[in-house]
Design a protein around this ligand. Structure first.
Ligand code: MG
Length: 626
């Protein structure tokens, strides 16, 4: 198996100096004149330096080089690596998260809750500076945060969601009365995938302004009076590089690079920023090697000298996969065979267990894929393909959840199931909506006439269950996973179940429907009425054997419930029952649950799961491993 041993250093561009030095010129003879008394040098302006200046280390950690020696904690994970972009003088941090996702790890934290001086210095005006690159086209669904400390207060550098135009933004929170009031320093720039932006955001208390600069240029000034509000919860008094703090999680993750993350005590002026930009001289070119939709097996068994597949579009067979151990002591370049939606590398024969940075390389350009944890075995990894359940239908790209369009899209894309939530009105009409209240109207307390004209984001009226069934009947590609919501009384629950089952029987479409509910009596009622139907219980508090005794043949539990009871998957399978897990959205988590052998995964990202199944389950099927 051919492979090339090479260091990443070799991948770095070597610039040769071609500038010619001028020839020395003979000095003409001139008469010496007495030199005048030297003017006293003007007192130099004190140099402005950051009070926090985060740089990234080769081992993936980060440190503060401001001189204040603030501690920067690294929450390592498989979605964070540091790397040498050949065109940048210094290490960059690459975050490989799904844009805008909640994340368990792979970020940096500077905790300032107890840094009284730091906080005082921010309180009278401050500036943030960062170099960021978004490795995604912002879809507007969520905020995407590069360097932030925001939670009902605070500040940061981010890409806004649709409601604020998906723009690269400096956000600060300033008010005269202590209430949370966001000041949007919008740059007018929707970041281009792969382009690096230098951004400075300033809160200038003395001049009652917030200003934002991109590449040295003033982009926006917002008038704002009052005082800066730190995040409301003290638990969120930290700056995150790669995401944003929340009281009990880390959220709105970045995908792409952060090459600089600084906080200044001063409100930097327009003149200073322009001068600084000139001196900074970081005209980083746009990355041109940007494969799309890259997904890889983060944790898996491999065979030394075997194959390893990365999903994505835009690969060529001349690209190489570079594998580098975290400490840099091992690296290898692997030949790849590219296909339309993936590339498969020939792994080196001398690879051993461990964590590795993965890069795709084309010529002198690198594309960081992420970190993978390999275990070398005789058997390739086995991932079982779960059935794909689109949570509330396919509701990406402005398709509203629980709409007829959301089911139609799920059918078009060929997902196994499309979930829908159902309520009954006071006059017995079944309608589809997740929340109990829509546009201020509590559905179960309304007659149908009171809610029928409420519209969804795509212009559809609130869908009836009957209309949903009519859409279901147009295709046999996708089953409907019907969730009965819990109404205020048993009678209303029973009315909803009975009305739905009668309608389904009338349309002769029961073979296309599975049933789920949090209410155990609803599950029992359906199982009693339809012994052949697959009924799943959602509430997560009963062992598989208990459900089995009542004829409920699916545990449809949250990942939290299943993590608390890891034996339940096997117990359910031993009883001939099915297992569905919800709601799994991140690439990493989808892969983890595929590895656990569940039968169904309910996800808001059915498109990602489908690509994963097509890429990884086929390649690593037992037949191919033979
Ligand atoms: Mg539901």
């Amino acid at each position: 198996m051919p492979f090339i041993l090479c260091g990443l250093m070799a991948a770095a561009l070597v610039f040769s100096c071609t500038e010619k030095h001028p020839e020395p010129v003979e000095k003409p003879d001139v008469e010496e004149t007495p030199s005048p008394e030297p003017e006293p040098e003007p007192e130099p302006e004190p140099e402005i330096t950051p009070m926090l200046d985060i740089v990234f280390n080769a081992d993936g950690s980060a440190r503060d080089v401001s001189g204040n020696d603030y501690r920067v904690n690294t929450y390592e994970g498989l979605s964070l690596l540091t790397w040498d972009n050949p065109s940048y003088d210094g290490k960059m941090a690459r975050f490989c998260h799904m844009p805008g996702a909640d994340i368990p790890d792979s970020y940096y934290k500077f905790y300032y809750q107890n840094e009284t001086k730091f906080k005082q210095k921010m309180s009278d005006g401050y500036s943030l500076e960062a170099i960021v690159m978004l490795d995604a086209v912002p879809d507007g669904a969520a905020e995407i945060k590069a360097f932030c400390s925001t939670e009902q207060g605070g500040t940061g550098i981010m890409v806004a969601s649709s409601s604020q135009g998906k723009e690269l933004t400096f956000l600060t929170n300033v008010s005269a009365d202590g209430s949370s009031k966001w000041v949007w320093g919008k740059t007018g720039i929707v970041p281009e995938r792969g382009r690096y932006y230098h951004i400075i955001g300033v809160w200038d208390k003395d001049n009652n302004q917030a200003r934002v600069y991109v590449d040295g240029e003033l982009k926006k000034t917002v008038q704002t009076t009052g005082s800066f509000n730190f995040p409301k919860s003290a638990a969120c008094h930290w700056f995150c590089v790669g995401a944003d703090p929340a009281p009990s999680s880390v959220r709105t993750a970045w995908r792409g690079d952060v090459a600089m993350a600084r906080v200044y005590d001063e409100a930097l002026t327009t003149e200073w920023v322009a001068e600084h930009w000139k001196k900074l001289n970081v005209n980083i070119p746009k990355a041109t090697y940007l494969p799309e939709n890259v997904m890889y097996m983060t944790t898996c068994n491999i065979q030394a000298g075997g194959k390893y597949t990365i999903a994505g579009k835009g690969f060529e067979s001349s690209d190489e996969l570079l594998i580098e151990s975290i400490d840099g002591s091992y690296n290898a370049g692997c030949w790849c065979t590219a296909e339309e939606s993936r590339t498969t590398a020939d792994l080196p024969k001398n690879i051993t267990d461990g964590k590795y940075k993965l890069f795709m390389r084309r010529g002198s350009e690198l594309y960081p894929v992420g970190i993978a944890k390999f275990t070398v075995t005789d058997q390739a990894n086995t991932l079982t393909a779960p059935k794909i359940i689109a949570h509330r239908g396919y509701h990406k790209n402005n398709v509203p959840e629980n709409s007829i369009e959301a089911l139609a899209k799920a059918q078009e894309y060929g997902y196994d199931g499309s979930e829908v939530d159902v309520w009954i009105t006071t006059d017995g009409i079944l309608v589809c909506n997740h929340d109990g209240t829509l546009a201020g109207k509590k559905i179960q307390d309304c007659a149908y006439a009171q809610v029928k004209d409420l519209t969804l984001g795509n212009g559809e009226k609130l869908p009836t269950f009957e209309a949903m069934l009519e859409q279901l009947a147009t295709s046999d590609a996708t089953r409907l996973v019907l969730e009965f919501k819990s109404h205020s009384t048993v009678e209303r629950n029973n009315a909803a179940v009975d009305a739905a089952l009668a309608m389904i029987a009338g349309k002769n479409i029961g073979h296309m429907i599975d049933y789920i509910a949090f209410d155990y009596d609803i599950c029992k009622r359906i199982a009693a009425a339809l012994p052949e139907a697959e009924v799943g219980y959602l509430n997560g508090d009963k062992a598989p054997a208990d459900l089995y005794a009542d004829g409920i043949m699916c545990i449809d539990y949250s990942y939290g419930n299943l993590n608390s009871h890891p034996n339940w998957i096997q117990e359910a399978h031993d009883l001939g029952m099915k297992v569905n897990v919800w709601t799994i959205n991140n690439d990493n988590d989808l892969m983890i649950w595929m590895g656990k052998g569940v039968d169904y995964i309910t996800t808001d990202n059915p498109d990602r799961l489908k690509i994963m199944i097509e890429t990884f389950c086929e390649v690593t099927s037992p037949d191919e491993a033979l």
